[in-house]
Design a binder for this molecule. Structure first.
Ligand code: ADP
Ligand code: ZN
Length: 740
């Protein structure tokens, strides 16, 4: 009998359980095992171990999917690291990283390598279609050139499938599985690019290429439109030409049909896997397997794609590396950008992090030399110009549903001149609320400590945490004032205001609802191209990734919301967002204009946006962080617990703290348990305890010890979690000193 440690998706013993099998099993193989009267999927983690328990009690593996290719050693190393680093049980981490098909109890079919089509001898002996059948002749030429995939052939001629079927019936077509033709056609890549790289771009790409075959992180910094994507593409083409794989990660919102089309036309003959959460589960599983088998050479995806097994990766690219969507904020709290760097190191290949507004962590690493900085200094499009940014202090202005008179005037002028405008709402950390203008009373939820959100249409106040609802009150419960004021502006009312102000303008709102369907974006682009839209109204969704050629005026209605937040990354995020949204204006040949309304015009973030100067912003912000020992200079972690009463949660944490005090590394300091800012959440009360250290490693050791102690002291009433989000130390007081 052989004993194996199997990773299963259960919150028990790190998810690694012992099972027996009459035969040896390959590591990484998928198996079915019994667990609590059910059959569950497992991954063989360690083989042929000496059992650490009574062998009579060890259950046996039910099925081993021997036809499937096992998950590789390097993939298992990645998951073992992920589980350790983010303090998450190995079994559960493994299953978070697998696509649906591999979590199911059925065997999966391994994808077949793609077929390559070419003319056989008989075919080559035929007279080619006359060149007046342009597309048909082009397809014939493609087949003559020595073998292409159907996908690539369809790029040449949309009717390829039908035509090739006809020609195959004539006995003119041969198919092969060999991938050699992929390499050959990749060598011709340069010809696919529309233009010659400019000097900056060429230099960046050259530097990346000299690092091929070894680990080297790069930070590619260049404003929106400076041609970063073309640099990635150039370096990617070279790696693909060597027959090696490329992993290209980007934020969910940037994985647009536009971008995919751009990739498709540039890398038409490269077998590509696309992995993101919107994709049908079956297709996603197949693409995952194609990447794992080395059939897919180019792997594009969002954060979860960082877990794709890649047998031969030669380059990793993370576009918009600063983007918050690379971080998963629940359960397995990983950061895909950081894991991408880890994977590059593991594979010994370069990794390129690109952004117009890099995360301060990456910028700091580039300044200190840990990353190599590549810089694009100009917009690639020679005619495109930087936007003119104006910061408008609206502190003393009378606003019309959020609009200053200046903003309305600009919108009117632009409409009359035939331009297209964007009205941008910053909704992060911001929701419409009701308050009493006389006594300042605000309306809190009776169950939670959250403020209630105003829903004008339903005439209700609602709690977005526990879903408590009540009708809008007629008067202030404190002072009796009947004139209650609404603060915050939903996109709804902005749209109405614009319609009333410019009745002839075509105003279109873009939000999650209006872009829920697959074709909504395509439709929007068509309408923009056809000059059917004068003013777009929208939120974050519009800031990124979308290139609206006609856009030449951007109005930012309420920039400040996130500056009131206690999150120390808020200014960084706001800066990135404002840079991105202002980058929307004037991407084509017209210079753009941007008006930002704010109540805090003296905040340094606005001066930096006006100057369009990331470096200055980053330097200020990093100095400040250093002063307060915040990341990347110091580290803090929170352990959280919740219980029906906050006192119990605090007592639980404080007891663990006492136990741990003598065990922790010296550099780690612990604070007392405190109720969280928002104590009540859905009938439970929450407390947290902070651990701080200047050493990330020590902090990790401390957290591991905490997890061990908490696991031993289980208490049915109390739940706990570790937030490996590294939080700043003294920032809350700094925030209030600065802006409140
Ligand atoms: P980024 O990724 O930095 O936002 P892109 O790579 O998307 O920039 O380039 C912005 C625009 O400039 C695109 O329309 C692109 O086709 C064009 N472009 C990029 N590089 C060049 C170049 N070397 N010559 C001419 N146009 C270019
Ligand atoms: Zn509530």
């Amino acid at each position: 009998m052989f004993y194996h440690r199997i990773a299963v998706n259960v919150p028990l013993s790190d998810g690694l359980l012992t099972y027996s099998h009459s035969e040896p099993l390959p590591q990484g193989a998928r198996v079915l095992v019994p667990f609590r009267n059910k059959t569950v999927v497992g991954i063989v983690w360690e083989t042929d171990i000496a059992p650490d328990m009574d062998t009579a009690r060890i259950l046996s593996v039910q099925t081993a999917f021997v036809e499937e290719k096992p998950l590789s050693q390097s993939w298992r190393d990645l998951l073992a690291f992920t589980s350790r680093y983010y303090h998450y049980p190995t079994g559960q981490a493994v299953f978070a990283a697998l696509p649906q098909g591999l979590k199911e109890t059925r065997a999966v079919e391994m994808p077949q390598p793609p077929l390559f089509y070419a003319l056989n001898e008989a075919g080559r002996a035929q007279t080619p279609p006359p060149s007046r059948f342009n597309k048909k002749a082009a397809l014939w030429d493609a087949l003559l050139s020595g073998g292409m995939t159907m996908a690539a052939l369809k790029q040449v001629n949309a009717q390829a499938a039908k035509l090739i079927e006809d020609w195959a019936e004539q006995g003119w077509i041969e198919t092969t599985e060999a991938a050699k033709s992929v390499l050959e056609s990749c060598h011709g890549q340069a010809s696919h690019s529309e233009f010659v790289l400019n000097a900056d771009q060429q230099k960046a790409s050259d530097e990346i290429q000299t690092a091929f075959g070894k680990f080297q992180p790069f930070l590619l910094y260049g404003i929106t439109g400076s041609g970063k994507t073309e640099v990635y593409f150039d370096a990617m083409a070279k790696v693909l030409a060597q027959g090696r794989q490329v992993l290209f990660l980007l934020p969910e919102i940037n994985l647009t049909p536009q971008l995919l089309k751009r990739v498709e036309s540039r890398f038409a003959d490269v077998p590509t896997a696309v992995l993101h959460s919107q994709m049908a589960a079956g297709k996603r599983t197949q693409d995952y397997l194609r990447a794992m088998l080395g059939q897919a050479k180019l792997v594009i995806g969002t954060r979860l794609a960082v877990f794709t097994p890649l047998p031969d990766v030669g380059l990793i690219v993370v576009d918009e590396e600063h983007d918050g969507s690379f971080k998963q904020d629940n359960e397995l709290r990983y950061h895909a950008r950081d894991l991408a760097v880890w994977r590059a190191k593991q594979s010994g290949c370069p990794v390129v992090l690109g952004s117009a507004t890099p995360s301060l962590e990456s910028w700091h690493k580039a300044q200190s030399g840990a990353y190599r900085l590549l810089q694009l200094t100009e917009r690639a499009h020679a005619s495109a110009q930087l936007p003119q940014v104006e910061i408008l202090n609206v502190g003393r202005l009378k606003l019309d549903n959020g609009f200053s008179p200046q903003a309305l005037q600009l919108l009117k002028q632009n409409f009359e001149a035939g331009g297209m405008s964007l009205v941008y709402l910053n909704r992060r950390g911001f929701a419409p609320a009701l308050f009493c203008g006389d006594c300042g009373h605000t309306f809190g939820c009776p169950n939670c400590s959250a403020k209630m959100v105003l829903h004008q249409r339903a005439r209700q106040l609602r709690c977005h945490h526990c879903d408590h609802r009540e009708p809008i009150p007629f008067k202030c419960p404190d002072c009796g004032n009947q004139d209650l004021t609404a603060v915050g502006h939903g996109t709804q009312r902005v749209e109405e205001t614009l319609r009333a102000f410019l009745p002839k303008a075509a105003v279109v709102r873009v939000d999650r609802d209006s872009t829920a369907h697959k074709n909504d974006w395509a439709d929007l682009y068509r309408r923009i191209a056809d000059n059917e839209i004068d003013i777009l109204v929208g939120t974050q969704m519009l800031a990124k990734g979308h290139d609206f050629a006609r856009l030449n005026l951007v109005i930012v209605l309420n920039a400040d919301g996130s500056l009131y937040s206690a999150d120390f990354r808020a200014p960084e995020r706001l800066f990135a967002e404002l840079m991105q949204v202002s980058g929307r204006a004037g991407r084509a040949d017209k210079p753009g204009k941007v008006l930002i309304q704010t109540q805090l015009p003296e905040h340094p973030v606005f001066a930096a946006v006006k100057a369009q100067d990331y470096a200055v912003f980053a330097e200020n912000e990093l100095n400040e962080r250093q002063m307060f020992a915040m990341p990347p200079f110091g580290f803090q972690t929170a352990v959280r617990a919740d219980a029906p009463r906050v006192a119990d949660a605090m007592e639980f944490l404080n007891a663990a703290k006492e136990t741990l005090a003598p065990l922790l590394p010296e550099s780690v300091s612990q604070f007392g348990a405190a109720p969280m800012l928002m104590v009540r959440l859905a009938e439970r009360e929450r407390a947290q305890i902070f651990l701080e250290s200047t050493s990330r490693q020590d902090l990790h050791r401390a957290v591991s010890l905490w997890v061990q102690v908490l696991q031993q002291n289980r208490d049915g009433k109390i739940r706990w979690s570790v937030a490996v989000i590294i939080i700043p130390s003294k920032y809350s007081s700094l925030t209030s000193g600065k802006v409140l």
